[in-house]
Structure formats: C-alpha cells, structure tokens
Design a protein around this ligand. Structure first.
Ligand SMILES: [Zn+2]
Length: 547
C-alpha cells in the first residue's frame, strides 16, 4: 500500500528531511513488519520500504543515515521511571554494587569529601543482599566516616533508607520517637533507632532534607535525558513526579531541549490539582503530557512490605504493609473513583498478591459505577499476582505495567521470601499475555538500570543475575523476543494512550527510532545483554550516536 502511494506521487511529493537506509527494519507494525529503509519529513515517518523505494524520497537537503545493515527498531518507551530522581542519582554516591560493608562506608566517605559542606549525602541504592552477612547497615557503621554531614542513603528498591546520627539529630529522632503506621523505625534491643527507616517512616527524615533547587532539577532532567538517549529510550512515563519536575520539563520544552518524550503521573492524593484545571488523561503535546495519577497499594518484596495473602516464608507473622494511602482502603477507592470521573488515568503500584487483589477490587467498583470507557487502568509492577486474578486483569481491561529486570535481580532471593510454590506466578509475563492482558514494559529506573536491552534480555531469558538459572527462573513465564520488544514499544505506548502516535515504525507516526549494534533476532538470547545502541533518533533528529 505504501509502495503504491510512493510510486504514484513520485514527481509531486516533497523530499524527506531524513532517510535511514540499508537497515534491518523491524517495525512492530503487524501490517508491515519488515523493511530496508525509512523516510522522515520533520518529526514524522512518511514512508517505509525497500532501499530503492525510499531513495525516491531523497532530495538535495535530505540527511541520509546508512545503518550498515543493522537493526532499526521503534524507540523504546519506558512505562515506569522516576526520571528526575534517576538523573540526580547519576551524580550521587553509587552503592548498589558495593559488595561489602567496608566498601559501602568507603564510598560514602569519598562522597562526603567531595560534596559541598553541609549538603546531604543522598541516593546510594545499596543492596545488603550482596554482602557476605546480608545484614542491614546501621548508623554506627557510617558515623565515623560521616561526622556532621547528614546522610540518608536509600536501599535500591527505595523502600528503606539509612540515616546517620547527624541526620537523625536534625530530624529530632531518638528512642522516644513513636513508630508510624505503614512504616518501621528499625531499633536495637534497647529501642534505639539503628538508622534504617522503612516506607512510611522514611518521611521522618525526608521532611528535614531541603528540596532540590530549580537549577538542580534542570540539571537532573538534562542528565536523565542524555542517559535515556544513550540507551535508546525515547519516551518515558514518569511516576510520582513532583509538580516542580513538571515545571522543569516545561522549561526545557520551551528551550527546545527536551529529547525524551514525557508522560507525567503525579500522586493520586493530589488528583484534584490536575482535575480542577480540566486536565484529562494524556493531555498535552507530543513531548510533555499529564493526565494520569499514580498511587501506592503496598511496599516491595525486598523490604518484606509487599502486601500478601499469606505471611512471608522467611518472616512468619509478617504479611507485609499496605501504604499510608490505603488506610483505609475505602479512602483510596473514593479518591480513585473521583479521579476516574474526572477523566484521569489511574496507575497504581501493587506488588504483593493481596495488594494487587485489593486494587483490582477498587477498579471493579469504578468500572461498575462509571462503566468501561477505555480508561486503561494500570497496575504498576503486578509482581506476585494470585492465579485467580489474571482473568480479572483481562476482564477489567487492566494494563500490567511491569519491569522485567526486577525478575532477574529479585529472582536471586524471591523464593526465600515467598517459597517455591508462591513464586510460580511471579513476574508472570507469559500468563498475562495468555490471558489477553495488555503488557507494558519499563525499568523503574533508578531502582533498576534504565537500559531497555537488559529488560528485553530479562524477559526472554529470565536468567537471574547470580548465574544460577541459565535456563530461566520459572521458565514457563518467559516470553518471545517480538513480545518483549512489543511490550517495550507499542505496549508501553498503549499504556499512555499514544499507540496511534508512536510505538511502531509506521508512516504517520512520530519518527522515534533506534539503531542497535547487533540484530537481536540473529544472536543467542544470552548475548542480548551485550547489545548497545548505535544511534537514537527522536522526532526525526539524531539525539545520540553518529550524527
Ligand atoms: Zn517506581
């Protein structure tokens, strides 16, 4: 069809501004899955075909990229990121791969030396499961190295963080501080806080940390976009941005500096702020949109705060924690009901089987009351879904917004938390697809690396990072390469109501594309993780790689 149109208009048509030729084009478009070349005018794809066909679009000013036979895909769309936080963390202390408490302290000490006096040491993303003893860090471990510099370094999942004595002093925390519903202040035998704060207890420290300045926020956004371009991410769905983050994006948009397309989903507790000015789902421009709200049902598996029907296998008596906003669940239901009535999209974090089930109950109530009108409710993470609930996802048209990398990371220890039988439907991409549930992929960056190639690798191999499951952890839940690419492109675009605008290489859509170093379809699954991005194109402009 496209070819015929090209031939008929050969004399009158305008010339392309960009042609990518000599490529192995995999379009993610069922109508026209493969091609050799693509023509772009301005920010839109105008034609797709053989090299010869597309050459007809060449004019004197056309920029031509010879892809050297390499794979060309639609740009990746990350359906779940914390983008400004991620950008800020690129400059913060990196603790994720600190494999001993000594290394952990050494890196914090180096950051204290580097940082301006009095500035908080934040970020970190430590992971004590990689330490020989797998014990939580304490203030006593870091105090000698940090002195008067306050620190509040997060665990990699963002659900707990370590404060030193200086930070706790600023926050007025001591043995007399009462516990918080939905949170934990970890204490020693005599009741003194050890420095670790979980979930709803974390704001006790956060409230005394000065907010980022506007300048810091712009810097973080620029760093995040640069990193995104380098890994082929052309669109992101920013969960829980602060309104100041949206303001930073808006300023960058005005300066023509946005090179990542952003859909922002602020906290559901603030739904009125969007609704009162008439913002509905997916409102805005191709670069910056609002109109979703993001909520939390529970915590995380790593912190044993995911809300479960049965207790954790390695912590009997503990079934996890509902979020603050779920106390009571009816309050969450009422807010989401009103947000849906206002036309806002609902995206709710739920990880434990019971947390997921409770959010599905709420979605069922909303659909009963307001009817189905293509709302695209989404459950973010949907990590440990009860077998009985897959059908409900499908029936209620709920998008499963998942992060495949978590499976190969958490898969190292998830069975210890849940037991073998309960992990059968953990990170169950195959089960979701088989039930006809729409699947959107993302990373949860900075909780996991932003690189979508690692996500695709995780989805098709399920090979845990410790090398202990080369054939795949719960191999029944592996999905195919085309399915994984779909979830990371068109599936993610669907989750943000943009499947007609992006997510496939189709004439008329936005010209967001990536050229990869190797053809994912020609290599062994285990080699996918080594594939790099050569060139990233957003809106017809090269934003990364050879220009
Ligand atoms: Zn998240």
């Amino acid at each position: 069809m496209v070819m015929a149109a090209v031939a008929a208009n050969a004399e009158s048509k305008p010339s392309a501004t960009l042609i990518v030729t000599n490529a192995a084009v995999y379009t993610v478009d069922k109508q026209h899955p493969k091609a050799e070349a693509v023509a772009v005018i301005g920010d839109r794809i105008v034609a797709l075909g053989s090299r010869a066909d597309i050459d007809l679009w060449r004019g004197p000013k056309t920029k031509v990229i010879d892809a050297g036979g390499k794979l060309l895909l639609p740009g990746f769309n990350d359906a779940h990121v914390h983008f400004i936080q991620g950008g800020a963390q690129l400059e913060q202390v990196q603790l994720t791969d600190a494999s001993t408490p000594e290394e952990f302290v050494k890196r914090i000490a180096a950051q204290v030396t580097k940082a301006p006096k009095g500035e908080w040491i934040l970020g970190g993303r430590w992971d004590e499961t990689k330490w020989p003893k797998q014990e939580l860090p304490t203030k006593d471990l870091v105090d000698p190295a940090t002195g008067n510099t306050p620190i509040f370094v997060e665990r990699y999942d963002g659900h707990e963080a370590l404060a030193n004595s200086a930070a706790m002093k600023l926050a007025g925390i001591d043995a007399a501080t009462p516990d918080v519903p939905g949170g934990v202040i970890v204490r020693d035998a005599s009741g003194n806080p050890t420095g670790v704060f979980k979930d709803a207890a974390m704001p006790l420290i956060y409230k005394v940390i000065p907010p980022m300045t506007a300048e810091q926020r712009l810097r973080a956004a620029r760093a995040a976009m640069k990193h995104a371009a380098s890994v082929g991410v052309t669109s992101v769905q920013h969960m829980n941005p602060e309104f100041a983050d949206v303001s930073a994006y808006s300023e960058l948009f005005e300066k023509d500096e946005l090179i990542t397309r952003i859909y922002a989903a602020p906290m559901e507790t603030e739904w009125r702020d969007q609704a009162k000015v008439g913002i509905r789902r997916a409102w805005g421009s191709s670069y910056l949109r609002l109109g979703a709200v993001k909520g939390y049902a529970d915590g995380s598996l790593g912190s044993r705060t995911a809300y479960m029907f049965e207790p954790f296998t390695d912590d009997p008596g503990n079934r996890g924690l509902l979020s603050d906003e779920m106390h009571p669940a009816s309050a969450m239901r009422d807010r989401l009901m009103q947000a849906d009535a206002a036309g806002l999209q609902l995206r709710v974090h739920a990880i434990g089987d019971r947390g997921i089930s409770m959010i599905l109950d709420i979605f069922a109530d909303i659909e009963k009351e307001h009817g189905y009108h293509d709302q695209r409710f989404a459950i973010e993470h949907a990590q440990h879904t009860a077998q009985k609930d897959f059908e409900r996802f499908a029936k209620l048209h709920v998008v499963a917004s998942m992060q495949p990398y978590h499976a190969i990371d958490d898969g190292r220890w998830a069975e210890a938390r849940l037991g073998h039988d309960r992990t059968r439907y953990s990170y169950a991409w195959r089960s979701f697809l088989d039930h006809g549930v729409a699947l959107a992929f993302g990373s949860d960056w900075p909780v996991a690396p932003l690189d979508p190639i690692l996500g695709v690798y995780a989805a098709v191999t399920r090979a845990t990072l410790d090398g202990k499951n080369p054939g795949g952890w719960i191999p029944e839940e592996k999905i195919t390469l085309p399915e994984a690419i779909h979830a990371y492109t068109l599936g993610a675009a669907f989750a943000e109501f943009q499947e007609k605008e992006k997510g496939s290489i189709t004439p008329g859509k936005l010209a967001d594309m990536v050229i990869l170093s190797d053809n994912l379809f020609d290599i062994k699954p285990e080699a996918i993780r080594n594939v790099k991005v050569k060139t990233t194109i957003v809106g017809g402009k090269v934003v990364y790689g050879d220009r």
